[in-house]
Design a protein around this ligand. Structure first.
Ligand SMILES: C[S@@+](CC[C@H](N)C(=O)[O-])C[C@H]1O[C@@H](n2cnc3c(N)ncnc32)[C@H](O)[C@@H]1O
Length: 400
């Protein structure tokens, strides 16, 4: 489960409440993430969209993108804004749905809820209902809304799978979602993930890009489309936050999707999760391609050899194409060396790549030049050693 391992939920909730109480009460404080009207324009809101939103809402804006780029909120819709904060998106949605529509705004931080109510009153909006509560347990009946909007929130939620299941539940069939959130290129190491303060600053609670999209696909959402990705953390005032975001490949994404009219079968959901490209992508995100291909090179060489010997004992012979066999071993060894060089971007050490490339060259020399089993074995040993060293450095780097 993506959500509840390796950290303390209560600490996260408490850190998030504390952080966003400050954003509500003292928005001019320098935060590690952009806040206020300037932030709103930086993350991509057209000026016309925020015209008419009271200053009290804009000053505590802490969203990470412009979910309205999806252009799905229509007159008469019932909209739910999850993690509404001081209410910028709630008030924009209330204007778009008009008097015939309705907006529910949910947030779990009492100071934000207090400010949200004040801003709604200041705007004179009468089609908004405020709910103080948790995105993991939305206090609305099944199939009661047409659109869910959320901005910079799911990365803060400990049990994301549950929150996504709740979004799916409250949406009516054919309902739509618009979300702006933080996504990563690499998973956060378990130690870092337990840092409640960094979590509240929108960094380490985030999920790897494709895993984030899979969270939605796996509950049954269709047409999950990323409208924009951009470098949100470049606007952070903190050099440390910018560094951590760079190591993890953190950025903001604006996403839209639709709840299908008919539910998908369990088989199609599992078939999606086990697609070879999905598995390969997971291995790459965890920096495991170098290790897997090194092991594959060794297995292709000695595994096939062991098979030939075993069959020989049974009086059988294996029809092996030697050129194909050699080519396969060489391909795995070369791929391993490249994968180790690729991981250098994360841990910044060329040593595993150099040792791995030396190992691959020794294997190639033994295979294609003068065969000597000792050179071949030394090559494999160097490849495996380099892959294990690379794995160690990769894990250390993602724990920052
Ligand atoms: C980054 S701020 C964004 C606020 C608002 N969407 C905006 O664009 O200004 C995140 C908001 O989500 C709320 N929040 C965080 N975790 C939540 C949860 N599990 N349930 C409900 N609200 C949550 C916080 O209290 C905070 O107001």
């Amino acid at each position: 489960m993506v959500a509840i391992l390796g950290f303390n939920r209560d600490q996260i909730f408490s850190a998030v409440r504390q952080m966003y109480s400050e954003v509500a009460a003292a928005p001019a404080t320098p935060f590690h993430f952009p806040v206020g009207r300037k932030a709103c324009l930086f993350v991509g809101y057209p000026k016309e969209l925020i015209d008419g939103v009271p200053d009290g809402a804009l000053e505590s804006f802490a969203g990470v993108g412009c979910p309205f780029r999806a252009n799905i909120v229509k007159g008469g819709d019932r909209v739910l804004d999850i993690g509404a904060g001081s209410g910028t998106d709630t008030l924009i949605a209330a204007r778009l749905v008009g008097a015939g529509g309705k907006v529910w705004a949910i947030d779990m931080t009492p100071a934000m809820v207090f400010k949200l109510r004040r801003n709604i009153a200041a705007a004179g909006a009468t089609n908004i209902e405020v709910l103080e509560g948790n995105a993991e347990l939305i206090p609305l009946p099944d199939a009661s809304v047409d659109v869910v909007t959320s901005n910079g929130v799911l990365n803060l939620v400990p049990d994301k799978a549950r929150a996504v299941a709740e979004i799916f539940r409250v949406l009516q069939a054919g309902g739509r979602v618009q979300i702006a959130d933080i996504v990563l290129s690499r998973p956060v190491g378990e130690e870092r993930r337990g840092d409640a303060k960094l979590w509240a600053e929108c960094v380490v609670g985030a999920t790897v890009d494709e895993d984030y999209l899979d969270l939605f696909r796996s509950v049954g959402f269709a047409e999950v489309i990323v409208l924009r990705r951009y470098d949100y953390f470049s606007a952070s005032a903190s050099a440390d936050t910018r560094r951590i975001a760079a190591v993890l490949g953190g950025r903001a994404a604006e996403i839209t999707m639709r709840k299908p009219m008919a539910p998908r079968s369990a088989f199609s959901v599992w078939a999606e999760r086990l697609r070879p490209n999905v598995l390969a992508r997971r291995a790459a995100q965890h920096g495991l391609i170098g290790l897997f291909t090194s092991v594959a090179a060794v297995a292709a060489c000695y595994g096939v050899l062991a098979l030939v010997v075993a069959l020989g004992f049974l009086g059988l012979s294996a029809p092996i194409n030697e050129q194909l066999w050699t080519g396969l071993i060489a391909a795995f060894a070369i791929l391993a060396a490249f994968a180790l060089a690729w991981n250098q971007r994360v841990h910044r050490s060329w040593l595993p790549a150099i040792v791995g490339a030396t190992g691959a060259l020794l294997v190639l020399y033994a295979l294609l030049g003068t065969y000597d089993w000792r050179i071949e074995a030394a090559g494999f040993a160097a490849l495996i050693g380099a892959a294990l060293w690379d794995r160690y450095l990769f894990r250390r780097a993602v724990n920052c």
